[in-house]
Design a protein around this ligand. Structure first.
Ligand SMILES: *Cc1c(COP(=O)(O)O)cnc(C)c1O
Length: 540
């Protein structure tokens, strides 16, 4: 896209005082139709509360207060209320500019470069003329071509629009009470999450990676220890193992559900502990099999019936990496309840995400919970400045907890929306030749959290063609994961080679994650399906 059209894109519109007055003067005013049209094109309309209040006073003084309230109800169907911030008050007493013009200008500044102020007529505003657009100009813009709002891979904006009121309230409260670390919101969140998952303890922490690190530390895993895990996951899973001086021992995945293959796990454990079985192992000295980190990839819990049996049989501790699966279920049990310790991430793009980094450890064991709680806070004991062990600074900050509390209110509903979007994708592309849609191991028993909708193309060249075609259509997509962990340069010292884990390698060349979030509309899905279909036809 060229620079000039980039500059001209409008994604936010603030209603000015004169525009609101015109709208309120008549329901037949053309402005109403424009608002509706803009909304359909994904442009957000805002009304500043300072301006709305000022107008209310005017109508009230004319004895038309009730009428005004009805009109406000009407405008809020199209426009979102924009909070007045403290600096707006100063503009009333200090500024030479009309305070309501000033409030609009301050709003534009907060909404960013794609925001414009909607007015009826251009007034004399030399310094800021580029920021204003009349209703007629806006109509022209909407009828023009450059009006598509880009497709996001994960749409956090729509979610935010739904929960803005509670988000703002929760954030504001933290600003006011000032306990930015160890605030009450953190323990409130921990209680709610533990209850949701159905385990005794949730310990909120600074990221999913730190959740894994804390779990490994709590299990005293270190040099000389082998920790089995998947090579087909995000780097963090194995990174935490290696960071503590332990050795990641990779186990290939199942080609259908991408999850660690229990049969291969048995082989790897036997090969490491008993020998006599040929399985690719890292080049390290003698290792003691200590633990397994399973990964509930893309939102699907692993086969924990079998994995639990294997772990018990070989004396392995079980850590569940459910960074992508918070909210998922298997046989009625939630993800994060299967491991001796379980970890999740609240990175913004995960199914439950905060506005920064965050994570949590879950466990039913009181002792592990105590140790993790201590470890996340410099290994502190009960007294201040008493340190029982060497730990980390890995607390979740209060603001992130406050944000998660707001998001948790709609989380269950969002899981349902995710499932619907996944079903619709599957309906659209499930029958295309050479395309494998996501499968869960036991569909009747497993509910995915649908962190991703990841498709497998049986031929790599089709995957690559689809990827290019989507990109040129401005539709984002991603490859999770292009390089399996055993082939990552950071793990070269383990001595693994290409061919060691053929399923992970095969998948890494054929997977493609499509844009996916609870608010994805049918238009984008149909467009994606059309592009996939055309690419397949073009190649074969
Ligand atoms: C995201 C992710 C992590 C790491 O979580 P962060 O919060 O980003 O540190 C770990 N494992 C898996 C499988 C992930 O997807």
């Amino acid at each position: 896209m060229s620079n000039s059209s980039e500059n001209r894109r409008i994604s936010e519109v603030v209603l000015s005082m004169d525009c609101l007055e015109a709208l309120f003067s008549s329901l037949d005013f053309k402005g109403w139709r424009i608002l509706e049209k803009a909304g359909r094109k994904g442009i957000r309309i805002w009304v500043h509360l300072g301006i709305l209040n000022a107008l209310f006073e005017r109508w009230l003084s004319k004895g038309r207060g009730l009428e005004f309230k009805r009109l406000v109800g009407r405008i809020l169907e199209y426009a979102k209320p924009l909070a007045a911030l403290s600096e707006d008050a100063f503009s009333i007493c200090n500024d030479s500019v009309d305070p309501y013009v000033r409030q609009v200008l301050l709003s534009l500044d907060r909404l960013g470069p794609e925001a414009k102020a909607l007015c009826v007529e251009h007034l004399e505003k030399p310094a800021s003329s580029g920021l204003w657009i009349t209703i007629d100009e806006f109509t022209e813009y909407l009828d023009g071509t450059v009006t598509t709002v880009p497709v996001p891979f994960v749409d956090l904006r729509s979610q935010q629009d739904r929960i803005r009121a509670s988000l703002e309230k929760n954030i504001f409260r933290v600003l006011m009470h000032g306990r930015y670390v160890r605030g009450d919101e953190v323990s409130e969140l921990e209680h709610k999450l533990a209850e949701y998952v159905g385990v005794r303890h949730c310990i909120a922490c600074s990221s999913g990676t730190d959740a894994i690190l804390l779990s490994l530390l709590a299990l005293r895993i270190g040099p000389g220890d082998a920790v089995f895990t998947s090579p087909f996951t995000f780097f963090a899973t194995a990174e935490a193992i290696a960071l503590l001086g332990a050795t990641p021992v990779f186990v290939d995945v199942d080609p259908v559900n991408f999850l660690i293959d229990p049969n291969q796990l048995v082989k790897a454990v036997k090969s490491l502990s008993e020998g006599g079985i040929d399985y690719p192992l890292p080049e390290s000295g003698d290792l003691k099999a200590r633990a397994v980190i399973t990964v509930d990839l893309f939102g699907v819990p692993c086969d924990y019936d079998r994995i639990r049996v294997i772990a018990d049989r070989y004396g392995l501790l079980l850590i569940e990496d459910a960074a992508q699966a918070f909210g998922a279920r298997r046989k009625g049990r939630r993800a994060c309840s299967f491991g001796d310790l379980a970890c999740t991430s609240f990175f913004p793009a995960k199914p439950l995400g905060c506005y920064g980094d965050g994570g949590a450890v879950f466990t039913d064991f009181d002792e592990y919970a105590d140790v993790v709680r201590s470890l996340r806070d410099h290994g502190q004991g009960l007294g201040a400045y008493e340190h029982l062990r060497v730990g980390l600074n890995a607390r979740m900050d209060t603001l992130q907890a406050a944000i998660l509390l707001a998001k948790l209110e709609i989380f269950e509903e969002e899981l349902g929306l995710r499932r619907k979007v996944a079903e619709e994708y599957s309906r659209l592309i499930g029958n295309l030749p050479g395309v494998r849609i996501p499968q869960v191991a036991l569909p009747e028993l497993t509910e995915s959290a649908w962190a991703q909708y990841c498709v497998v193309f049986e031929r790599k060249e089709v995957r690559d063609k689809v990827r290019r075609a989507l990109n040129s259509a401005g539709i984002p997509c991603a490859v999770y994961y292009p390089v399996p962990l055993h082939l990552q340069p950071a793990f070269s010292r383990l001595g693994y080679k290409k061919g060691d884990f053929p399923v992970a390698e095969w998948l890494s060349e054929r997977v493609l994650a499509l844009p996916f979030h609870p608010y994805l509309g049918p238009e984008v899905m149909e467009k994606v399906a059309g592009i996939i279909e055309a690419s397949i036809r073009h190649i074969s």
